[in-house]
Ligand binder design. Structure first.
Ligand SMILES: [Zn+2]
Length: 156
């Protein structure tokens, strides 16, 4: 990165953060020569991540879509937006850290389920009701039974 002031090629990164869409990294740099500070935007080297549905259909991973799905499950529930954003970020990071460019929809669904389980019971059940389409119904029923059983035991 060339300093806009003295053209020195050496700079140190003083701050970096992921852009909103998760596709680029904004870096605040400081020239080691003249101490001038400047910002660079670097696109991520990693190619887009694809979600492979049960049907085999491939779809580019979309953070907004994931967030909307979670928001929908949390509708009219006492769940804060930061809590939802936290979960979305956590999932996004897990996907970016994965070396696979193709991720099964079940992998993401499982992450959302385990995240919602800790956030809100109703949101968890709602999401799993939608999500069950992606897996076999029997597994879903077994999980719901376990979940409800656990709730009952906790209430005694
Ligand atoms: Zn400089």
């Amino acid at each position: 990165m060339k300093c806009p002031n003295c053209s020195c090629l050496d700079s140190k990164v003083i701050d970096s953060r992921l852009s909103e869409d998760g596709r680029s990294i904004r870096r605040r740099r400081e020239c080691t020569e003249c101490a001038r500070r400047f910002t660079t935007y670097e696109s991520m080297e990693s190619p887009p991540i694809y979600i492979v549905k049960k049907s085999g259909v491939r779809e580019e991973f979309n953070t907004l879509k994931l967030k909307n799905g979670i928001l929908k499950a949390c509708e009219k529930r006492p769940v804060s937006i930061p809590a939802i954003d936290d979960l979305v970020n956590k999932i996004e990071r897990a996907l970016c850290n994965s070396l696979d460019q193709e991720i099964s929809s079940q992998f993401i669904g499982d992450m959302v389920m385990s995240g919602l389980k800790n956030i809100d019971d109703v949101a968890y059940v709602r999401f799993s009701a939608v999500y069950k389409e992606f897996r076999d119904v029997e597994t879903w029923f077994a999980e719901m039974e376990d979940f409800l059983q656990g709730k009952k035991e906790n209430n005694v």
